[in-house]
Design a protein. Structure first.
Ligand SMILES: NC(=O)c1ccc[n+]([C@@H]2O[C@H](COP(=O)([O-])OP(=O)(O)OC[C@H]3O[C@@H](n4cnc5c(N)ncnc54)[C@H](OP(=O)(O)O)[C@@H]3O)[C@@H](O)[C@H]2O)c1
Length: 339
């Protein structure tokens, strides 16, 4: 049976990526797409590469219309916008995958501090499942409301999971030095994101506080480390996130053991690749795929374990992972439509 899906926010970067994946997914029919602004255009006119593939109006977002047309609703909307639609979609018995941050924390009280807004749907926060399949596959299979992880947290958590599960002790805070391509900021216009500002430039941003630091800490769980410090940077490329994670260990660590542990944790994971000794990930190798590549090394002199991860922010960091989650939630082949 074909699964009917709706996409809200289809004209944004993550929404368009969902469209590109789902239009060719063997078990899915896209039956509703929407944006904020009225366009009076078909989706195949907005994105001409879809001519002959889809024939759909791009509508102004209306949860009721979406639910009439589809069984699964993807919300690729700005933070604080999704939570206004989720209750209406769940009430109509449909499943929801929210790509925004609106359901990534289970406590409504965390939102004013982390995101600067009051949460209006605390009841459904309690049933939302955090959608990192490598951590949470069983719960994802039973979810009706799925909180798709943030892009930076996906790269960081996949790198940290093996180290955390090994119970490694650290003598200083874990440092996550992460760099993202510009599509990570969305399609909205902003001076800081204009081509002349970004091209041949490189800068850190939100150094003091970024909500993704809280998301990483929350979903990694108690670690017993002196802390986690996350700093994001803006790379002059379109897509991809490279995260270099520094872990100063209490005693000597054999990188080979950490690598073997990571290989065993991820042995059956279709989208995580642990690289051989001496190899480290590159954005070019994951771009356009749902894969996460992980490289592991150890600096003897400073006793620092180095874990490097690379993902495509629009794929494993957003829409690819959302489709992976849809596949799990709906009993489809987990890798269907993805590479
Ligand atoms: N970009 C990434 O790498 C990435 C990764 C992980 C998660 N996310 C999250 O995914 C969500 C979407 O991100 P994005 O980068 O795709 O954003 P974006 O490029 O700015 O697109 C936002 C989309 O939402 C629509 N929209 C905005 N306000 C709306 C409203 N009030 N009602 C209905 N539709 C509305 C926009 O329509 P118009 O075009 O008509 O304005 C557009 O289609 C965000 O929550 C973001 O944090 C993004």
């Amino acid at each position: 049976m074909t699964l009917k899906v709706a996409i809200a926010g289809v004209t944004g970067y993550s929404g368009e990526e969902l469209l590109k994946i789902l239009a060719y997914h063997p078990g899915v029919e896209i039956t509703y797409v929407s944006a904020k602004q009225e366009r009076s255009q078909k989706i195949q006119e907005i994105f001409p590469y879809l001519k002959g593939v889809l024939d759909l109006d791009c509508r102004v977002w209306d949860p009721e219309e979406a639910c009439k047309a589809a069984d699964m609703v993807f919300l690729s909307l700005p933070h604080s916008v999704s939570m206004a639609s989720v209750p209406a979609v769940l009430k109509r018995g449909k499943k929801v995958i929210d790509i925004s941050a609106d359901y990534r924390f289970s406590e409504a009280g965390d939102y004013p501090r982390i995101y600067g807004f009051e949460h209006t749907d605390p009841v459904n926060l309690k049933q939302a499942v955090y959608g990192l399949p490598e951590m949470n596959r069983k719960a994802i299979g039973a979810a009706r409301l799925l909180a798709n992880p943030g892009c930076y947290p996906t790269g960081a958590l996949l790198g940290l999971l093996p180290v955390h599960r090994m119970g490694l002790k650290l003598k200083s805070p874990c440092i996550i030095d992460a760099k993202s391509g510009v599509t990570g900021a969305g399609r909205k216009a902003s001076k800081a994101l204009m081509f002349p500002e970004v091209q041949e430039n490189f800068r850190a941003y939100k150094v003091q506080a970024h909500p993704h630091e809280e998301e990483i800490k929350t979903h990694l769980g108690p670690v017993g480390w002196p802390g986690i410090a996350f700093v994001p940077h803006l790379l002059p490329v379109r897509r991809g996130i490279l995260s270099t994670i520094y872990l100063q260990t209490e005693g000597p660590v054999i990188a080979e053991e950490v690598r073997k542990h990571a290989e065993s944790i991820y042995a059956k994971e279709p989208f995580v690749r642990v690289l051989p000794e001496g190899s480290f990930p590159e954005l070019a190798h994951v771009r356009g795929t749902n894969q996460c590549h992980i490289g592991i090394g150890f600096k003897e002199r400073t006793q620092t374990l180095i874990v490097v991860t690379a993902i495509d922010n629009l794929q494993k960091g957003a829409s690819g992972q959302a489709v992976q989650n849809m596949n799990i939630m709906c009993g489809l082949e987990e890798t269907a439509g993805l590479r």
